[in-house]
Write a protein that binds this ligand. Structure first.
Ligand code: NOJ
Ligand code: CA
Length: 617
């Protein structure tokens, strides 16, 4: 056993005081007065309402190589890399201008060749597409524009043949306004679905102020206002209120028989797709089920006061553990402490300011009108890793052995990472994303450096900026519609990138040094290096406010990986403690640096826009 003697300073990292409901009561200030509301317009109380601890508290850990593997997590997930497919923009197999399931089937070999293990596909169910298919009108049917249920069956089968898993998008917190359940619930006459949505009992009386902006009035023949969960066309399903307000008789308890009946139906939905061959799901707005009468504003989306939302997902997880033990589920919650408490295998940690700090802090980059400042991953070198890291460590320390945090490498709700970044900048981002703990998700097209399209791009199906500019068709080859579709270009779901040098798969396949091939090498590294397993220990070593580089270790038993990231355009220097005996650090990726190790203190100089991944032995 190698000797780890890294405990020179005392380890001060403390586990977040309380799991679950308790943590949400803590007061305090968000990072600053800067506004940074994600496109959801949802502030995350788990991460926004408490003061950040100084990063030094987390930096003084020691490398032990000890790891804790989450229980009931399928083995394949521990080294898995996921790929996100936005179905309308991936590949159009029948020339109607919109991507479809057969198109995904035809591109499975490509996805496999990227080296990923699993795919998450955004919603493909029947929908009026007021929110790009998140607004579902039939949970049991593939939207005709994507194909049929038989196509879905074939897709699952073809993916499995290639050793790929597929997660569907489970939108459990609301339906489309066009869903027959909602139409029935909007009727004056009481019926089976009347209580499946949250309705007040008098259209002329506004609900209490704390719900401001969340209710819509004047729909249907029913005398009441309904609660929306996101857009007006997305009425919230009724999971009840954790502590119903006695003055608001329309607030039902979580165990009301109609609430339970609706919940039961949602478990049928989940089983339906699992039985068809899906390997798990991504849960949309997973924290937005049970409502809290004690919460105000957007906080109600996070169900902070009670455990009702968690209990629903724990129930689903129990079914999963018993009936589909090889399946994997990931939440859009951005509250790992809650989400990994017996609910999900992984949680996306991106709806918080620290995520913006990484990739999209500049107002021109995030384009949602709220954020300004500098990204850490930017050649200007004006950003800081510390706020992200502090928030991350709070959640990480509290969830070790319970599940995984995922810091997604882009998605359909944010501007593209390739927003005025070149291949070298993007490679450093991938080096980060593919060496962090947890499960990486790569948004389609980011592996070739697809760029963010400007604001003037059509805002279709609820894709207001910046989402419209991040959802354009996949760029397969030079030529007509960049190989996405044979339709006339004006019929495409969204126009393709018109730039003469738009990155495309076909050219990058031929270039060993393309971003695509560099990404493949990094994914391969993640698969083969034991210390890059999702559960391997994570120890920040050099992370200073407003400074570059960012340096950390990953460790599993005797295997230790050192990651050095300098995305800034300037040379950066670091000195840090590493009381770990190693002789020849072996460079695995990036550029060779000179590491000077004097009695456990390592110094190094990192040129601008440079990273290095070493194995220490
Ligand atoms: C999150 C989804 O990712 C986003 O695209 C959608 O608009 C909202 N949830 C509402 O479902
Ligand atoms: Ca099509």
């Amino acid at each position: 056993m190698k000797r780890y003697m890294f405990d020179r300073r005392k380890f001060l990292g403390k586990v977040v005081a309380a799991a679950g409901a308790g943590i949400f009561h803590l007061g305090g200030q968000a990072k600053s007065s800067e506004k940074s509301i994600p496109p959801h317009s949802v502030m995350n109380p788990a991460t926004e309402s408490r003061p950040a601890r100084p990063v030094s508290e987390w930096m003084e850990g020691r490398i032990t190589g000890r790891c804790s593997v989450p229980r009931n997590c399928p083995g394949w997930a521990h080294n898995a890399v996921f790929y996100q497919v936005y179905p309308q923009s991936f590949y159009d197999s029948n020339g109607d201008g919109i991507g479809d399931l057969q198109g995904i089937v035809q591109k499975l070999d490509y996805i496999k060749s990227v080296g990923v293990d699993a795919i998450w596909i955004n919603p493909f169910f029947e929908s009026p597409f007021g929110d790009a298919g998140y607004d579902i009108s039939d949970y049991y049917k593939i939207a005709p524009r994507y194909g049929t249920n038989d196509d879905a069956r074939e897709l699952f089968k073809e993916a499995h043949k290639r050793g790929l898993k597929i997660l569907f998008d489970f939108v459990a917190s609301y339906t489309s306004i066009d869903h027959p359940w909602f139409k029935a619930s909007a009727l004056q006459a009481s019926n089976k679905h009347s209580n499946w949505y949250i309705w007040t009992d008098n259209i002329w009386l506004d609900p209490p102020k704390r719900f401001q902006g969340a209710f819509v009035k004047g729909y249907g023949t029913r005398n009441g206002q309904y609660m929306q969960n996101f857009y007006y066309c997305e009425p919230a399903l009724n999971y009840g209120f954790d502590v119903p307000d006695p003055d608001q008789k329309w607030e039902l308890p979580v165990d009301h028989p109609d609430v339970l009946a609706m919940r039961e139906e949602m478990t049928n939905v989940f089983r339906f797709w699992m039985n068809m061959g899906a390997d798990g799901f991504r849960a949309d707005m997973a924290g937005a089920l049970v409502k809290s009468s004690g919460a105000s504003g957007n906080q109600q989306f996070f169900s902070m006061r009670g455990d009702g939302t968690k209990q629903f997902w724990q129930h689903i997880r129990e079914i999963l553990n018993n009936e589909y033990p090889d399946a994997f589920i990931v939440s859009e919650w951005s509250n790992p402490v809650a989400a990994l408490d017996g609910c999900f295998h992984a949680d996306f940690f991106h709806w918080f300011e620290g995520y913006n700090d990484l990739f999209q802090k500049e107002s021109w980059r995030i384009l949602n009108g709220y954020s300004e400042g500098h990204s850490f991953f930017d050649p200007d070198g004006e950003g800081s890793i510390t706020f992200f890291l502090t928030r991350y460590m709070e959640q990480y320390q509290s969830t070790i052995g319970k599940g995984y945090i995922s810091v997604p490498l882009g998605n359909h709700d944010n501007a593209r990472l390739g927003n005025r970044r070149d291949a070298d900048d993007l490679e450093i981002i991938f080096a980060f994303g593919l060496t962090m703990p947890g499960v990486p998700f790569i948004y389609y097209g980011n592996e070739i450096g697809m760029r963010q399209m400007p604001d003037r791009w059509p805002q279709v199906e609820g894709a207001y900026r910046p989402r419209n500019g991040a959802r354009t068709p996949m760029q397969w080859s030079k030529g007509r519609n960049l190989g996405f579709s044979t339709a006339p270009s004006e019929r495409l779901y969204l126009p393709v990138d018109p730039a003469g040098d738009a990155p495309v798969v076909a050219s990058q396949e031929l270039d060993p040094d393309s971003l695509l091939n560099r990404t493949r090498r990094l994914i391969h590294l993640r698969h083969v290096e034991p210390a890059l397993a999702a559960y391997a220990e994570f120890v920040p070593l050099f992370a200073r406010e407003g400074k570059y580089p960012f340096i950390y270790a990953r460790a599993r038993d005797n295997d230790v990986i050192l990651v050095v990231l300098n995305p800034s355009g300037r040379t950066a220097e670091a000195t840090f403690d590493l009381d770990l005996r190693f002789s020849g650090p072996a460079l695995l990726a990036g550029k060779e640096l000179e590491l000077i190790n004097r009695n456990g203190t390592v110094s190094l100089t990192v040129p601008g826009k440079t990273y290095a991944i070493y194995r220490l032995s």
